[in-house]
Design a binder for this molecule. Structure first.
Ligand code: KIV
Ligand code: ZN
Length: 395
């Protein structure tokens, strides 16, 4: 008899990866066509729902990259960004059509007073008209149309609701409410999304997407607040790269869903063991390393130096690790030997190196190790070998 499988009632959150568009737009992160294709293949392994591959009208190279990705990648949908103009939209579809029904046109216009007045120099009524016209044109190519209200968080809420309702009527199937300048805080963002959910007549015909920048370090927290208010898609990047302080980091958001499944009733399709390979590939390609203390993918994210912590994880890993290294694609955690380390980790490392010392020798070696550790940031295996050869095993 077939085993009954437990029904998963958690709401699915779609992961829209914009490493190759918003991420690539930031200083030092630009990639050539082959590099973008390599990252896209890794995003396919990661099993994200949507890959935003670029901004086709931005350059010939970006057009070609979006086209190649649309031709090659199977599984995720492929999105391309365009402003709300006929020329941009037509160019985007020219590249995206190679993905067939998986091609998504992502068009946008700013809706905040500050952007409309100083950047667009357009009245709100004209912005609304342009948004509707853009969505209609995009819908003439594909039913898979995303519309973004740029700077949504600083948009007057009634106007935001009006634009959202109008673009859904015009055919948008995903509507993005970006925090373009990383200005909001979780409580406020929750209320914006909730307001749209409760007040926009046709809101259930579209997926609400959120797209948070990290200027105040809140992009991940804001994204979590938004899904609690009803958002169904989160836009993010590998290693959190993106304009200025970056975008919501994919690895952090996804691991929060996984690690706090006890209180967050959401799931996503990401193959989390592909997270570390994705992070490393991106760093290798861009030459930009992630900070060592970065959550989930930093070099220290699963490393322990202090004796108390090392002893704890040697006894039981969950004492100081809330995720397992293999869940993010790492082989093991790391016990770093330094001046804060204790005898347990020291002994373990010596045994791994093939030195099973007597208690007396171990004590002598440990004293020497502590003296050395006071002089260095980290004691490496070669230091230990030298120390054992010189001080302990000396005839
Ligand atoms: O930050 C932003 O508003 C954007 C949009 C184009 C989606 O990147
Ligand atoms: Zn952005």
């Amino acid at each position: 008899m077939a085993k009954a499988t437990k029904k998963d009632d958690r709401r699915l959150i779609r992961i829209f990866d914009t490493t190759l568009r918003d991420g690539e737009q930031s200083p030092g992160n630009s990639m050539n066509i082959e590099e973008k294709l390599r990252v896209a293949k890794q995003l396919q392994k990661l099993n994200v729902d949507v890959i935003e591959a670029g901004f086709p009208i931005a350059s010939e190279g970006d057009f070609e990259a979006v086209k190649r990705i649309a031709q090659t990648i199977k599984g995720p949908e492929i999105a391309g960004l365009c402003r709300s103009s006929d020329k941009d939209i037509d160019r985007a579809w020219e590249a995206l059509k190679h993905a067939g029904e998986k091609g998504r046109i992502h068009t946008f216009i700013a809706t905040s007073d500050i952007h409309m007045k100083y950047k667009l120099k357009m009245e709100p009524g004209k912005v609304l008209e342009a948004a509707v016209k853009a969505v209609k044109r995009a819908s003439s190519y594909t039913p898979n149309v995303e519309f973004s209200c740029e700077d949504a968080v600083r948009t007057r809420i009634d106007f935001l609701a009006e634009v959202v309702e109008a673009v859904i009527d015009a055919g948008a199937t995903t509507v993005n409410i970006p925090d373009t300048v990383g200005y909001t805080i979780p409580f406020e963002y929750f209320n914006i999304i909730k307001h749209l959910k409760d007040n926009v007549r046709n809101i259930d015909k579209a997926v609400i997407s959120v797209h948070c920048h990290n200027d105040l370090g809140l992009s991940v927290a804001n994204s979590i607040a938004a899904i609690q208010a009803g958002a169904g898609q989160v836009e993010c990047t590998i290693n959190g790269i993106g304009e200025r302080a970056g975008n919501c980091s994919l690895e952090e958001f996804v691991m929060i869903l996984k690690t706090r499944a006890d209180i967050l009733p959401f799931r996503c399709n990401v193959a989390t063991e592909q997270i570390t390979p994705a992070s490393r590939l991106l760093s290798t390609i861009t030459g930009i390393a992630v900070q060592p203390n970065k959550a989930v993918v930093g070099a220290n994210a699963f490393a322990h130096e202090s004796g108390i912590h090392q002893h704890g994880v040697l006894m039981e890993k969950s004492t100081y690790e809330i995720m397992t290294p293999d869940s993010v694609g790492l082989k093991a955690n790391l016990l770093v030997l330094g001046k804060h380390s204790g005898r347990h980790a020291f002994k373990k490392r010596l045994v791994e190196l093939g030195h099973d010392l007597s208690d007396e020798d171990l004590n002598k070696a440990f004293d020497k190790f502590k003296a050395l550790a006071d002089l260095k940031k980290e004691v490496f295996d070669e230091d230990l070998e030298a120390l054992i050869a010189e001080e302990v095993l000396r005839p």
